[in-house]
Design a protein around this ligand. Structure first.
Ligand SMILES: [Zn+2]
Length: 84
């Protein structure tokens, strides 16, 4: 597990849809990587924000975000909407 892989898997990790082996790899990485812990924290915060704003325009939450991150959040919002 490295930072790049973790970032790619973080949405599935939070959804609990990863294989146990991948979850363990992420947990192990998080213990020793402060950057990824911070990333996970901000990701969770953004998901909460996304949920609370889902009746409003999605574009509002994109302000100040890196493009890839905003796109990941978009996908996350979409999948949550479909599940709701
Ligand atoms: Zn990392």
């Amino acid at each position: 597990m490295n930072c790049r892989k973790l970032i790619g898997l973080v949405a599935d990790y939070l959804d609990g849809t990863l294989m146990l082996r991948q979850q363990e790899a992420i947990k192990t990485h998080l213990v020793r990587c402060e950057d990824c812990r911070a990333y996970l924290d901000s990701y969770k915060t953004t998901i909460e924000l996304c949920r609370s704003l889902r009746h409003e325009s999605n574009t509002k939450i994109h302000i100040g975000m890196p493009m890839g991150f905003a796109r990941a959040i978009d996908r996350k919002c979409m999948s949550k909407k479909q599940m709701l």
